[in-house]
Design a protein around this ligand. Structure first.
Ligand code: NDP
Ligand code: MG
Length: 383
């Protein structure tokens, strides 16, 4: 049976790699739905190639272009972010890949879980903001959430077959980003171009900045907490610049399992698509002799304060992760627009968290309100 896959965010880094996986396996997968926000040209090219049942362009101003470009094909064209959420429920879809960036992934992810779709989760921000709500809904509806993030996919793979053996702890690896060995002095003056040069991975702009500031690892720790039902004390971060060990699980007998491979997102994407099976791929293989020195060290949370902030926020819970995420999305955007400096990002995030009202058990409405308020706050601060 061909798996019908909705790709929310098909024009991004994860989305385009997901389409490569589908294209390599036409007998296994078909894209039932494609969605994009601004990149109408690429969405049209993808649609001509993959003939999805439905495409959605988030920016309604580009609807006519997409509609006319696909008028000769049996493809339904919709527009607007509400439609992106609505198509997550499309009945023919078996699996929804959430490859949109940021808080915007929350409404469609909720719709997809509610509709009982298996989720291939790339959009980590959704889990950070509303992990508790999504996880309990998924449990209630017996919906499987399969991680795509390479670290979480690694842990998921290490836990396969270990249903009776919960982890003692997990070890999330981090490349350390382009500024791993730089001094504080250097960090004061880095530009967005410096920050956009990731040593090992080629990704969208937001996650690349998050990787440079180590916020990405903080978000991943919170994502892992929800995905694998862990306490913050069970999550350790180690810097591993080669990005070959994607993450590890330590069990109660002291044994540690690692999942390894070249840094190539197509592998965890394909695993999420084919799970529980593995299907053959022609992606380049890891040759261990190319990596005679695999190194591991402790992260410097004084230099990369986002990591310390994330752990504090994870321990506090409630609406704090939502506030941190919203503030981070805003400061990353401001940094990418040359409006603030690199080291101002954690300063502003921390300031906003401390200023806003703490809600220990937020409802979904509370989370939407916290997100909006935090964004307003940051935007006033950096006006
Ligand atoms: P990109 O910026 O490359 O792509 C984002 C996608 O989301 C694009 O298709 C974009 O459309 C769409 N989009 C952007 N804003 C909105 C919005 N408001 N509403 C609807 N769609 C929107 O991001 P990545 O692919 O790098 O990352 C996607 C997610 O996956 C993130 O959450 C990231 O943390 C996670 N992830 C990414 C990894 C990677 O290697 N890239 C690795 C692990 C996790 P358009 O371009 O048409 O405007
Ligand atoms: Mg990752």
């Amino acid at each position: 049976m061909i798996k019908e896959i909705a790709i929310l965010g098909s024009t991004g880094s994860i989305g385009t790699q997901a389409l490569e996986v589908i294209e390599n396996n036409p007998g296994n997968f078909h894209a039932s739905v494609l969605t994009a926000f601004n990149n109408a040209e690429l969405l049209v090219r993808q649609s001509i190639r993959h003939i999805p049942d439905i495409v959605v362009i988030g920016n309604t101003g580009k609807y006519t272009f997409v509609k006319q470009s696909l008028s000769h094909l049996p493809v339904k064209v919709l527009a607007g972010i509400n439609e992106i959420a609505a198509v997550a429920e499309y009945e023919k879809t078996n699996l929804v890949l959430t490859a949109m960036v940021g808080f915007a992934g929350l409404p469609p992810t909720l719709k997809a879980v509610n509709a009982g779709k298996t989720i291939a989760l790339a959009n980590k921000e959704t889990m950070v903001v509303a992990g508790q709500i999504i996880k309990s809904l998924a449990q209630q509806l017996k919906v499987n959430i399969i991680p795509v993030d390479s670290e979480h996919s690694a842990i998921y793979q290490c836990l396969a077959g270990e249903e009776l053996n919960p982890p003692e702890k997990i070890i999330l690896t981090a490349s350390g980003g382009p500024f791993r060995d730089k001094t504080m002095e250097f960090l004061k003056t880095v530009t967005k171009d410096d920050a956009l040069k990731h040593p090992n991975w080629c990704m969208g702009n937001k996650i690349t900045i998050d990787s440079a500031s180590l916020m990405n690892k903080g978000l991943e720790a919170i994502e892992a907490k929800w995905l694998f039902n862990l306490n913050p004390e069970q999550i350790e971060i180690v810097i591993h610049p080669q990005s070959v060990v994607h993450s590890m699980v330590q069990f109660f007998d002291g044994s540690v399992k690692a999942q390894m491979g070249l840094p190539d997102m197509r592998v965890p994407i394909q695993y999420a698509f084919s799970y529980p099976e593995r299907i053959k791929s022609s992606f380049p293989r890891l040759n261990l002799t190319d990596y005679p020195n695999l190194t591991f060290s402790e992260p410097d949370t004084k230099k990369f304060r986002n990591l310390a902030i994330s752990f504090e926020v994870m321990k506090k819970g409630g609406n704090w992760p939502c506030i941190m995420n919203a503030a981070n999305e805003c400061v990353v955007n401001a940094f990418l627009n040359n409006r603030i400096r690199f080291l101002e990002m954690p300063d502003i995030i921390e300031h906003v968290i401390r200023k806003m009202v703490y809600i220990p058990e937020p409802s979904l409405e509370d989370l939407y309100a916290s997100d909006e308020e935090a964004r307003k706050y940051v935007n006033e601060l950096i006006k």
